[in-house]
Ligand binder design. Structure first.
Ligand code: ZN
Ligand code: ZN
Length: 149
């Protein structure tokens, strides 16, 4: 179960220029590990640890105007276009906005949060069909071979 954040949670990109703030009292809509090929490429890692929020609940501080976005139009695992945001200086991925929600939802990459991904343990693991063979399922976490419906 996800609980409301007791205190604000912050995260910064690798060069510390961009800051994302999750205010206190915000509950993620869902938390997940995603093993899809897009997540592998976006992170350069075998999977991404994600937490989805209402976009309007989050604050991004970008005093130098470094945030860049890229729209993935075709070939996404979900079949819907999505936007990704990252730091234009250091390349750190911050979020994706699934096209399905027309920008209203922001999927935050929990690995860049101060204190790490333990703020938002996964409720589900998805696209396990693409999971690296050397990784085991996370204990007690519901598994889905593809996108659950
Ligand atoms: Zn940066
Ligand atoms: Zn994914």
């Amino acid at each position: 179960m996800s609980e409301p954040t007791p205190t604000p949670i912050t995260g910064t990109c690798l060069c510390r220029s961009l800051k994302l703030i999750i205010p206190s009292g915000i509950t993620p809509i869902k938390t997940l590990l995603c093993h899809c090929v897009d997540c592998q490429k976006n992170s350069g890692a075998p999977f991404q640890s994600n937490a989805m929020f209402n976009t309007s609940d989050l604050i991004i501080e970008d005093p130098q105007g470094l945030l860049k976005t890229y729209k993935i139009e075709e070939g996404t695992a979900s079949g819907k276009p999505k936007e990704k945001g990252w730091c234009g200086k250091c390349g750190c991925p911050l979020y994706t906005k699934p096209g399905h929600y027309e920008g209203r939802m922001m999927v935050v990459k929990t690995g860049f949060l101060d204190g790490g991904a333990d703020h938002f343990p996964p409720q589900i693991e998805i696209f396990t069909a693409d999971r690296a063979k050397f990784l085991a399922p996370a204990e007690g976490v519901k598994q889905f071979e593809r996108m659950p419906h």
